[in-house]
Design a protein around this ligand. Structure first.
Ligand code: C5P
Length: 221
């Protein structure tokens, strides 16, 4: 059966460690969606650029560095991953303390964001071609910039102590508050709650409860 008429795009935005990835992956499983983590896109490019010695303090050097990076998509389970020059970097490499510290600086560069724009929009065609029921894309600007026309927009948040505890449990060194501050205050595509998005406080909820709440909003009984 064709999915053209029923295909849904779900935008999942929010700050660092609010539960976007676990929630999006769980929803993808439950609702037969293709999952895309755009935070991983910025991390992958940051990792690749750091390896070439690129310096975000010299933004004029970034566009030429980007022309040497060829982007591709590899499906791992339901998650579509960004490959650079034919390789998907290991999770440990894109979640290292070095990448955590640099990613928000690179992500604030307009050249880097426009480099990813078409690629990210194009993920919906890949999900349709592969006969998924829809696409769930998580990030900071999905409902505001990448898919302002999404069928459903959600904005997750949680208190800082809960977020820090979640990252610590994952064994990560990450300055969540500093990244959020940079992401919220940058000029291009800042972290915002998109207009009309449904806001969900994940602080008091288990992962299953968040997934259940959103499933009911997407598919009312
Ligand atoms: O989601 P995650 O914490 O892995 O994202 C890493 C960083 O990538 C964010 O702190 C932000 O600087 C950047 N990002 C972004 N826009 C997105 C997704 C992530 O600027 N849509």
């Amino acid at each position: 059966m064709s999915n053209t008429e029923t295909f849904k795009i779900i935008a999942m935005d929010g700050g660092a460690a609010v539960g976007k990835s676990s929630t999006s992956k769980g929803l993808a499983e439950r609702l037969n969606l293709m999952h895309v983590d755009t935070g991983a896109h910025y991390r992958t490019l940051t990792h690749a650029l750091l390896q070439t010695g690129a310096d975000p303090a010299k933004p004029e050097t970034i566009p030429s560095a980007l022309t040497r990076l060829e982007l591709g998509t590899t499906l791992q389970g339901r998650s579509a991953k960004l490959s650079v020059n034919g390789t998907v970097p290991a999770d440990a490499d894109i979640r290292s303390p070095e990448v955590n510290a640099a990613v928000s600086t690179f992500a604030a560069l307009p050249s880097l964001r426009s480099f990813l724009f078409e690629y990210q929009r194009g993920q919906s065609a890949i999900a349709r071609d592969r006969a998924y029921a829809g696409l769930i894309m998580e990030g900071r600007d999905i409902g505001s910039v990448i898919f302002p026309d999404a069928d459903h927009r959600f904005f997750l948040y949680a208190d800082e102590a809960t977020r820090t505890a979640r990252r610590a449990k994952e064994g990560q060194t990450d300055s969540i508050a500093a990244r959020d501050q940079m992401d919220s205050n940058r000029k291009t595509a800042p972290l915002v709650c998109p207009e009309g998005a449904i806001q969900i406080d994940t602080t008091p909820l288990t992962l299953e409860e968040v997934i259940e709440t959103i499933t009911r909003l997407i598919q009312p009984a």
